[in-house]
Ligand binder design. Structure first.
Ligand SMILES: Cc1cc2nc3c(=O)[nH]c(=O)nc-3n(C[C@H](O)[C@H](O)[C@H](O)COP(=O)(O)OP(=O)(O)OC[C@H]3O[C@@H](n4cnc5c(N)ncnc54)[C@H](O)[C@@H]3O)c2cc1C
Length: 371
């Protein structure tokens, strides 16, 4: 039996451990905390999943494969993880978000509706729709429960070692056939050959001041909105009928897992309040609760899924850059392919380390954070 050590029990490591276990490997998963926990990147009640992928249409085949895997996990665990209620990509008709989402949908024959301004206004009362704003409604989309997902994956793995820090890959390498490194924002502590920049992110749950039904999942798909200055905000439908979760995509300070400012203050919330007041109807400036989280960004915001350049029995997954959660089960399956078959039939060319091979392509601020 192939023995594998998995470092990290966020969505990536938990998924790799689940898929490896399913395929007959003997897996030991280590996590420095007790997942699901709120110290890394895989927490906060909800994560958007969508298919008309503005980040690159090469992600779509992986997304098409991931929905059945999320359903498989629900069946195995009895947990409700995936709610399919669509997703809206909002912006001007020429914005990158709208045009690239529409292009990915066209290229892959995805089910989307293109909503002109009036139509968008009429259908989604919670949005304040300016003249010229349009939306792509992605039907193969919705949101996930991250804590339930991680819990469900870990429940499939017999040997999970919680509160166990792995100090180096060498520390777990002997005695196993392969190692999967899925340490999220801590990855630079274990490998120094992925140029990652760790970014602090904040979520706020804003009080709904009127017409709570506008924001319920049935009436209000998760959304991303690009403003004319190319900045992104997003929101997730109200799960409690009282609050709406809002965040800004990127725009956070560069940090490390050791030094991250966990306290959320007015500097964090004021930009979100302004966005809520500008773009949403009936959402107050009062914030019921908040959280901090970390993005692990590559220079081009695409994932890294590759073998270690030093050791072909070590696979590293950094599937974040702020958009990796939805891919969890397929990333885990790819890691299992790489460990058990030495490669994968899925197209992961965009995620290779080679693209950073030329040092000149790596900006200084991406050269790891632990110097
Ligand atoms: C605010 C926010 C919003 C997001 N929204 C979305 C979204 O809507 N849709 C989407 O698809 N994606 C979203 N993402 C991105 C997504 O959540 C991440 O890509 C994903 O959670 C990354 O998971 P991970 O397993 O790589 O990292 P993590 O969840 O951080 O897991 C890493 C794990 O490794 C453990 N670990 C680290 N070092 C060691 C060590 N040395 N020894 C043992 N254990 C170790 C840690 O304790 C941790 O549990 C969002 C991210 C954030 C922060």
């Amino acid at each position: 039996m192939v023995k594998v050590a998995v470092i990290g029990g966020g969505v990536a490591g938990a998924a790799a451990a689940w898929r490896l276990t399913k395929r007959g490997a003997e897996v030991t998963l280590y996590d420095r905390f007790s997942p699901p926990h709120a110290q890394g990147s895989s927490h906060g009640e909800s994560r958007i999943i969508r298919s008309a992928y503005f980040e690159g249409s090469f992600y779509v085949p992986l997304l098409n494969e991931v929905f059945p895997l999320w359903r498989e996990l629900e069946q195995l665990s009895g947990e409700h993880i995936l709610t399919m209620n669509g997703a809206l990509m909002i912006g001007s008709a020429t914005s990158g978000l709208v045009t690239r989402a529409a292009q990915a949908a066209r290229e892959h024959g995805l089910a989307v509706d293109y909503l002109e301004t009036e139509d968008f206004r009429r259908r989604y009362r919670g949005h304040l729709v300016r003249d010229g704003e349009v939306a792509v409604l992605d039907h193969q989309a919705g949101f996930l429960n991250p804590e339930a997902a991680v819990r469900a994956m870990l429940a499939q793995v017999p040997d999970v070692r919680r509160d166990t820090l792995v100090k180096s890959i060498a520390g777990v390498r002997s005695g196993v056939d392969a190692v999967v490194v899925a340490a999220g924002p801590w990855t630079p502590e274990l490998v120094d050959w992925i140029p990652l920049r760790i970014e602090r992110q904040v979520h706020g749950w804003f009080s709904i001041a009127r017409d709570a039904e506008w924001f319920r999942p049935d009436n209000f798909p998760a959304f991303m909105r690009e403003s004319p200055d190319s900045k992104f905000m997003y929101g997730i439908p109200s799960l409690d009928g009282k609050t709406l979760k809002l965040g800004r995509h990127h725009e956070g300070e560069i940090t490390t897992p050791e030094t991250i400012r966990r306290r959320v203050d007015e500097r964090d919330l004021d930009p979100l309040r302004l966005l809520a007041a500008t773009h949403l109807r009936g959402v107050s400036g009062h914030v019921e609760r908040t959280l901090t989280c970390m993005y692990s960004n590559t220079p081009d915001d695409d994932f890294v899924i590759d073998f270690s350049p030093d050791d072909p029995r070590v696979v590293v997954i950094s599937a974040c850059s702020g958009h990796g959660f939805k891919f969890g089960p397929i990333i885990g399956d790819i890691a299992a392919d790489m460990v058990l078959d030495g490669g994968t039939r899925r197209d992961i060319a965009h995620f290779s380390l080679d693209r950073f091979a030329s040092a000149s392509e790596v900006p200084d601020d991406h050269r790891g954070h632990h110097e």
